[in-house]
Design a protein around this ligand. Structure first.
Ligand SMILES: NC(=O)c1ccc[n+]([C@@H]2O[C@H](COP(=O)([O-])OP(=O)(O)OC[C@H]3O[C@@H](n4cnc5c(N)ncnc54)[C@H](OP(=O)(O)O)[C@@H]3O)[C@@H](O)[C@H]2O)c1
Length: 241
């Protein structure tokens, strides 16, 4: 789809990749970008050069009430970007039980419920796109962040199911599989990290080009290639992490 004249909503828009996506979509000519955040007062771009386009919206994706209110407030959406996410640590045997619940509530159920609320609106507006921020860790698990990987793998599966369902509604569905990106989420990680602004530009390019599976940084592209050639090779690569 073309970004020009689209009406987008980005969840988790107040920092990291989400904030960069809001800026990139506004700069590419989106007519309106709903910048959804748990605390809209924390949105840095509401006062920036795109303030005429950016509309702050309250949205905690774990709240079914707030999802319903957001959908009622933004009925003109044609592009949903499910970006909100959390990263918790811990293995299958020792992850904190509360973290297990939170991982699924935000990274899987939040994405699922937000999608179910907005897809009918996008369809009613003539079609558009859904973009899900997943991870290379959706493809193969890193045992030290086992529940994040499990939640992202579930979101990846939902993305592919939705793709089949949404095609008849004139909606394209895009999965995004970054490696490490230089945001708060990856703050403690000592590795090559992509620039969130460049990642956002690559995602917006991918939407316009209709790319279903996006690897928005070079490390992700290499890992995707390895996974395509031999899925188990990635399990082995990540096993020590
Ligand atoms: N950074 C990486 O290396 C990396 C790699 C692969 C994939 N990703 C994915 O990319 C997406 C963005 O990550 P990021 O790196 O930009 O992370 P980030 O800097 O930690 O930002 C996370 C965003 O999600 C929001 N959020 C968290 N819980 C929420 C909830 N319940 N409801 C609504 N918003 C919520 C945060 O809002 P608050 O400010 O209110 O907490 C924040 O805006 C995530 O889905 C992440 O899994 C990131």
């Amino acid at each position: 789809m073309k970004i020009t004249n689209s009406v987008a909503i980005v969840t988790g828009a107040n920092r990291g990749i989400g904030a960069s996506l809001v800026r990139a979509l506004a700069a590419r000519g989106a007519r309106r970008v709903y910048a959804a955040a748990r605390r809209p007062e924390s949105l840095p771009m509401a006062a920036g050069p795109h303030h005429n386009v950016v509309v702050p919206l309250v949205l905690d994706v774990t709240s079914t009430t707030q999802i319903a209110t957001a959908a009622a407030t933004a009925p003109d959406v044609t592009l949903l970007v499910n970006n909100a996410g959390i990263l918790t640590r811990g293995g299958i045997l020792d992850a904190d039980p509360d973290d297990i619940e939170r991982e699924l509530a935000v990274n899987f159920l939040g994405l699922l419920r937000t999608t179910r609320a907005f897809v009918p609106l996008i369809e009613a507006n003539g079609g558009g796109a859904v973009v899900n921020l997943l991870s290379v860790l959706a493809l193969a698990p890193m045992p030290s962040t086992a529940m994040y990987c499990a939640a992202k793998a579930a979101a990846d599966s939902a993305t592919r199911s939705l793709r089949a369902e949404a095609a008849a509604r004139n909606i394209t569905v895009h999965g995004v599989y970054p490696a490490f990106v230089d945001t708060d989420m990856a703050a403690g990680i000592n590795a090559d990290k992509a620039d969130p602004a460049q990642v956002a530009e690559a995602i917006v390019d991918g939407i316009e080009q209709g790319t279903e599976n996006m690897t928005p940084d070079p490390v992700a592209a290499n890992l995707w290639q390895a996974w395509t050639a031999d899925p188990r090779s990635l399990d082995q690569l990540f096993a020590g992490g």
